[in-house]
Design a protein around this ligand. Structure first.
Ligand code: NAD
Ligand code: UDP
Length: 340
């Protein structure tokens, strides 16, 4: 068993990963500045697992806090989720994204180096692939210039980490390229709780279902896809969380820097998501078609063969689980972690 530092562990994917790490018997230390999350997610992760984790409320850009953390805890590896992810905001305030996502990662890897910790799993994204690649996307396909500043920070950090590992073979780094994480823990106790109006499809849809929003806007029905709406690869957040444990096991034994796609390999359209949500959950989802959203591609889904072959990972959950679990979380927590 290992002692794992989870940056951004109070967030959506981080809190689900903490549950899986604790369940597997690992010791967990979380650093999170709570800029986009609530510490309630961590106490619920503890309740669900009947285990304790250590939580430091702090910023990964604070070298003093990181040095102290590495001194107090003998960390074996780091899973690095901390970052900002709002695409629209990244266009309006690029520097905030460069500072937090790129600057924050540099500060973190410097502190890791000082502490002699060289195992890292990084949250990357399918957005790093060049838009001209046809799906299924595989890891040998070229990356390109992402259409927004958020995606740009992911690409830069990936490239930085590759160069770091090439220069110093002590490093062992996993770049996990997530497709579209959705769903929630089966208990409905933790889940996605975005600030303000959700940018992403699933939290918007569940907020329509729970009556917080009137109707879903489907961005474009004139794409070159079977029903004209955008096609994506939705992956259950618990499967995604488990991919981190598999990557960790792999990286504890090997050196270098390598990318893995984390998706199911199935392309599902927005209209299919909406229709199946109604069917699986028995709730009505009013919707309208509106023009395409700038920067969206028609189709993006993964070739996940590399992760299956090399990480020993296998997604367990299908679309019906993703839709039922997203709804279960939202229904039980209509206002997210803000219970008032
Ligand atoms: P999230 O916002 O729920 O979690 C990120 C966490 O990081 C939050 O708890 C936030 O408070 C914390 N944080 C941000 N900046 C910090 C800093 N400087 N210091 C300490 N803590 C900080 O987001 P998520 O959906 O759980 O995503 C986790 C990671 O996965 C992010 O890096 C994100 O870019 C990446 N990712 C997410 C998706 C997605 O669709 N959710 C897709 C691809 C990649
Ligand atoms: N989408 C939509 N309405 C929304 C949010 C998203 O139609 O309110 C569509 C979007 O155009 C894309 C898909 O849903 O085809 C997934 O979008 P999301 O923002 O969740 O993830 P992305 O693939 O952009 O990272």
């Amino acid at each position: 068993m290992a002692k794992i530092l989870v940056t951004g562990g109070a967030g959506y994917i981080g809190s689900h990963t903490c549950v899986e790490l604790l369940t597997a018997g690992h010791d967990v230390v979380v650093i999170d500045n709570l800029s986009n999350s609530s510490a309630a997610s961590l106490s619920r992760a503890e309740q669900l697992t009947q285990k304790k984790l250590s939580f430091i409320e702090g910023d990964i850009r604070d070298a003093t806090v990181l040095d102290q953390l590495f001194q107090e805890h003998s960390i074996d590896a780091v899973i690095h989720f901390a970052g900002l992810k709002a695409v629209g905001e990244s266009q309006q305030i690029p520097l905030r994204y460069f500072d937090n996502n790129i600057g924050g990662t540099i500060c973190l890897i410097r502190a890791m180096q000082r502490a002699g910790v060289f195992k890292l799993v990084f949250s990357s994204s399918a957005t790093v692939y060049d838009e001209s690649n046809a799906s299924p996307l595989n890891e040998d396909m070229p990356t390109g210039m992402p259409s927004n500043n958020y995606g740009y920070t992911k690409l830069i950090v990936e490239q930085m980490l590759e160069k770091l590992a090439a220069a110093d073979d002590q490093w062992s780094i996993a770049l996990l390229r997530y497709f579209n994480p959705v769903g929630a823990h089966k208990s409905g106790r933790i889940g996605e709780d975005p600030n303000g109006i959700p940018n992403n499809l699933m939290p918007y849809l569940t907020q329509v279902a729970v009556g917080r929003r009137q109707k879903l806007s489907i961005f474009g029905n004139d794409y070159d896809t079977p029903d004209g709406t955008g096609v994506r690869d939705y992956i259950h957040v618990v499967d995604l969380a488990n991919a981190h444990l598999c990557a960790l096991n792999h990286r504890l034994k090997t050196q270098g820097c390598r990318a893995w796609n984390i998706g199911t390999g199935n392309g599902i359209s927005v209209k299919q998501i909406r229709d199946n949500f109604e069917k699986v959950n028995g709730v009505e989802i009013p919707f309208e078609y509106v023009p395409r959203r700038e920067g969206d591609v028609a189709t993006s889904f993964a070739d996940n063969a590399r992760a299956i072959a090399e990480l020993g990972w296998q997604p367990q959950y299908g679309l019906a689980d993703m839709l039922a679990d997203s709804w279960n979380w939202q229904k039980q927590n209509p206002n997210g972690f803000n219970e008032s």
